[in-house]
Design a protein around this ligand. Structure first.
Ligand code: SF4
Length: 135
């Protein structure tokens, strides 16, 4: 079964994947199948990014029927996303279930990023992700 492979070190947080997904699937305003969390690294505050995929994500099954990669993969300017048959070496699912759908594996992310999402770092308590308010 295909998996979405996310090379976190390549992600620049541009949200092109989120926009492509919304366009491809006509996802209504305020709903998302793909989101990208911006997470400041503890200490130096360097921004890091973690793409997440909702349970409603079908890994681009319709496009696959036409020999095309998922819209998010095609849109990503840094090739941080790839649809693969086998999980690449050193990749693993997120440890916290529920943050992203099954069948997504990550490489290069840190546990603190998952913990930061849990603690709401960079996100206000009222709005889990203000940047998405406008979409
Ligand atoms: S399009 Fe690629 S680089 Fe941009 S946020 Fe998505 S995964 Fe990251």
């Amino acid at each position: 079964m295909s998996k979405m492979f996310v090379d976190v070190r390549r992600c620049i947080g541009c949200h092109a994947c989120s926009v492509a997904c919304k366009t491809e699937h006509s996802v209504p305003l305020g709903e998302f199948r793909t989101r990208v969390r911006w997470l400041p690294e503890p200490g130096d505050g360097r921004m890091t990014f973690l793409p997440l995929f909702a349970e409603t994500c079908d890994l681009g099954v319709n496009r696959a029927q036409h020999g095309l990669a998922p819209a998010c993969v095609t849109a990503c300017p840094t090739k941080a996303l790839e649809l693969v048959d086998e999980a690449p070496a050193e990749s693993r699912p997120l440890e916290r279930k529920g943050d992203t759908r099954d069948g997504v594996v990550y490489r290069g992310h840190a546990r603190w990023q998952e913990d930061a999402m849990n603690a709401g770092v960079a996100l206000s308590p009222e709005d889990p992700d203000p940047i998405y308010e406008q979409w």
